[in-house]
Design a protein around this ligand. Structure first.
Ligand code: SF4
Length: 450
């Protein structure tokens, strides 16, 4: 539990020497409780007091990691219940479940889907991060063979080893330790052995109980072994129970500042429904509230597009607009005779415009000036999108060396900029495009014929 100012004051040296930059030890304690200073600023604190304070002033929800090298991922570390309060920091990761008793065809199909789903949206590469392996056969060799096959064919995934058998968990952890797997399956009966395995390889440990109360007791026992790299599962396998678990665990950690539940959680959506559309709907719920690992039955493009998009939308800082890098973008086989359009660096606007240009099948260039990350009208109204910024982008990104034409298509909503741009860019003709991106396809086809 976090300490308040008076509790911190009790363990301070009480010299009132001011060396920490505060007039009294009490003032220092109050500031420390608010997170406004660091314990190290007091040079007279004992090591024991420092440890106590480090624990007490740590964030209410622990940040844990799994994976290895470039494929190292963080989970948890959240400080707010709602994105608009500040921001969420560590996005949930998607896992595809593999059961060691399922058919080879199914395994191949999932491997193919994992390897196919890989695309970039707003500068973020989208792909499946985890393959979750469930050992239903209790056959160690069969289980390890399955993990070997999938991890060798899906290079980007990190394995999540699901078994409550410490012997199998130990063998699999030993075999795949270099990949930084999640070991999942610590329970009331086996937790000492499972903690030993996780400790030995420094792995994230999945802890499962039948309900929240039993999970709470189990986590306390595991914390007493001094292992805190945990992923929690309160056992819910219906939407109602699993959602209730996720929300209560997060609220207990952040509102009650109770670190027993200050860990990320997993949601096994794959066990909650057989219906694909329902699975997508449920997964979106757990992206928002509050699973950190979301285990799915599969991940083909029809699942990936909505799930990755909503994850990206939720796990961006609401105080910072989603921006695309400024530059000149080539759509299709655009050449020196292709049309040049200008739009803003607000990512959603860019993707709508570029999508419509692609749909038109008219190879084109899109110029992105510095527009503050705003939409067209907002950027214009705030003075970020103007004749000077567009002319600067034409020069900075060397449009004149890429194109022989000297025509620039501007959004219809900022038609008012036409003459100013022509003044800034002698020799250029500005053409006013449509007001809405949805009209771009017809506009470009007509433009090409002229
Ligand atoms: Fe108190 Fe330590 Fe600050 Fe001195 S440096 S006033 S002992 S808290």
């Amino acid at each position: 539990m976090a300490l308040n100012g008076m509790e911190i004051y009790k363990i301070l040296p009480k010299k009132n020497c001011k060396e920490c930059g505060f007039p009294t030890c009490l003032a220092f304690a109050m500031k420390l409780a608010q997170g406004g200073t660091q314990a190290e600023k007091c040079p007279y604190m004992s090591d024991e007091a420092k440890d106590k304070l480090a624990e007490a002033t740590a964030p209410p929800m622990r940040t844990v990691t799994f994976g290895a090298g470039e494929k190292t991922y963080s989970l948890g570390g959240e400080t707010v219940l709602f994105r608009h309060e500040k921001t969420f920091v560590n996005k949930p990761r998607f896992a595809v479940i593999f059961d060691d008793t399922e058919s080879t065809d199914n395994v191949e199909k999932k491997i193919n889907h994992i390897n196919t789903v890989n695309y970039t949206r707003i500068s973020e590469e989208m792909y499946v991060e985890i393959a979750a392996f469930r050992c239903s056969s209790q056959d160690k060799q069969k289980f390890i063979s399955l993990i070997k096959k999938v991890t060798s064919e899906c290079k980007k995934i990190v394995p999540m080893i699901i078994t409550e058998n410490p012997d199998i968990a130990s063998a699999a952890a030993e075999e795949f330790a270099a990949l930084g797997p999640i070991i999942y399956g610590a329970n009331e009966q086996n937790y000492e052995a499972m903690v030993g395995i996780a400790k030995k390889h420094n792995l994230l440990l999945g802890v499962k109980a039948e309900n929240q109360a039993k999970l709470y007791d189990l986590v306390q026992k595991i914390q007493n072994t001094d292992y805190k790299e945990l992923l929690l599962d309160a056992g819910g396998r219906s939407l109602k129970t699993a959602f209730d678990n996720a929300v209560n665990i997060r609220r207990t950690a952040l509102l009650s500042k109770d670190r027993t539940f200050g860990y990320p959680t997993a949601a096994f959506v794959c066990d909650m429904t057989q219906d694909k559309m329902m699975e997508i709907a449920m997964a979106t719920l757990f992206i928002e509230k509050y699973a950190s690992v979301i285990v799915l039955s599969d991940m083909d493009y029809s699942m990936a597009l909505p799930l990755f998009a909503i994850r990206q939308n939720i796990y961006t800082d609401p105080q910072r607009p989603m921006r695309i890098e400024q530059g000149i973008y080539r759509i299709g086989q655009a050449d020196e005779q292709s049309p040049l359009l200008v739009t803003v660096d607000f990512a959603l606007t860019y993707f709508i415009v570029s999508g419509e240009v692609e749909r038109s099948k008219v190879p084109s260039w899109i110029l992105i000036p510095d527009a503050g990350g705003y939409s067209v009208l907002t950027a214009w109204a705030s003075g970020k999108l103007n004749a000077k910024s567009i002319a600067k982008a034409i020069k900075d990104f060397e449009a004149e060396s890429k194109l022989k034409t000297r025509e620039l298509i501007i959004p219809g909503k900022v038609a008012v900029l036409k003459s100013d741009i022509e003044d800034e860019l002698p020799g250029w003709k500005v053409i006013v495009g449509p007001r809405e991106a949805s009209s771009l396809t017809a506009f470009l086809k007509e433009y090409r014929q002229e």
